[in-house]
Ligand binder design. Structure first.
Ligand code: FAD
Ligand code: SF4
Length: 280
């Protein structure tokens, strides 16, 4: 395995594709390489080229979760989502760009079952063990999106700047189809460079998890209030981060037999999140 250290975005983009993969903190990519879910002849180190740090509403995609958690200029929902993710060691290495692009934690997928997301014709979790899985959007794949910060960024209405375009964070994600099993809309070799995160009047992120630390979200709820307008987004409930138009939309959830409990957790967390961001 070869390691390249480009010194500009153009050189990094030119080096990507054709058997090379970008690496930032490596906390997600290294296990995927080890387990054979990603193969690469060359790793392209992104750390010198992807912007890093917080400047007003702009956040470099190379900023670590630990840095975001500690920065008082960052909206509360994003700080809390970062603080509740993974472990201190992983947050010190893992970047926000890499976090948005992490693969599913579904055990069938991680154990290499030939399921829909791996290109097969059925979802093994739907008929099998699916306690951690989805309550929305699971027609083909019932996985639950694992990123806490992605839900916070969705509620905050964040935009992403890549090396070739600008898009809303909601446009980064897509449900898989028979023609395209990818859960993100990034092109091959496209780099996320910066996030633009509006400042709300109030925001919060609440998370239900199996253990108090180092656990992926069973349900995560982000709420952000801009004036009178409150936006909600959920983690852990669909294959992608899920925007919730209103609390009543939880009545439209279609839980699997083993995930019905998530609807009740989501209702309780949405209620608490709305109270937390309400104008006093
Ligand atoms: C045990 C464990 C527990 C975890 N728990 C949680 C949790 O509770 N909540 C949560 O939200 N997350 C959790 N995570 C995920 C963790 O936050 C991510 O692994 C981390 O943020 C990824 O960042 P990285 O820089 O290490 O990415 P890398 O591993 O370097 O890269 C991940 C992927 O993103 C691509 N990439 C990286 N940066 C860019 C960029 N700028 N542009 C384009 N592509 C890029 C890489 O090519 C690769 O495909 C957990 C991870 C582990 C291992
Ligand atoms: S939930 Fe998705 S990743 Fe898991 S088995 Fe079903 S298709 Fe595969």
């Amino acid at each position: 395995l070869q390691l390249l250290r480009p010194d500009s975005v153009d050189r990094a983009v030119a080096a990507l594709g054709n058997g090379s993969v970008g690496i930032a903190g490596g906390t997600e990519l290294v296990p995927l390489l080890r387990d054979g879910f990603v193969s690469a002849e060359t790793l392209v180190d992104l750390r010198a080229v992807v912007p890093h740090g917080v400047e007003g509403e702009r956040i470099g995609a190379g900023t670590t979760l630990a840095e975001l958690e500690a920065d008082e200029d960052v909206p509360q929902a994003l700080r809390e989502a970062c603080a509740l993710a993974a472990s201190p060691q992983l947050r010190a290495m893992g970047t926000i760009g890499g976090n948005l692009l992490q693969a599913t934690r579904c055990w069938y997928w991680r154990l290499a079952y030939p399921c829909f997301l791996h290109g097969g014709d059925r979802c093994h979790a739907r008929a099998g063990v699916h306690r951690e899985h989805a309550i929305f959007g699971h027609e083909r794949c019932a996985s639950a999106h694992p990123s806490d910060p992605a839900a916070a960024l969705l509620a905050l209405g964040a935009r992403l700047h890549t090396d070739r375009r600008e898009l809303a964070v909601g446009e980064l994600y897509r449900l898989p189809t028979p023609d395209d099993r990818d859960l993100t809309a990034l092109e091959r070799g496209e780099l996320i460079l910066e996030l633009e995160v509006p400042r709300p009047e109030a925001s919060t992120y609440l998370k239900a998890m199996d253990r108090r630390a180092w656990s992926f979200p069973l349900v995560g709820v982000a709420a952000a209030r801009f004036g009178e307008d409150v936006r909600l987004a959920l983690a852990g409930v669909a294959p992608i981060p899920w925007a919730l138009g209103s609390p009543a939309e939880l009545d439209e959830a279609t839980p699997l037999p083993g995930t019905a409990y998530k609807v009740e957790i989501a209702r309780a967390l949405v209620r608490r999140a709305l109270e937390a961001v309400a104008a006093s």
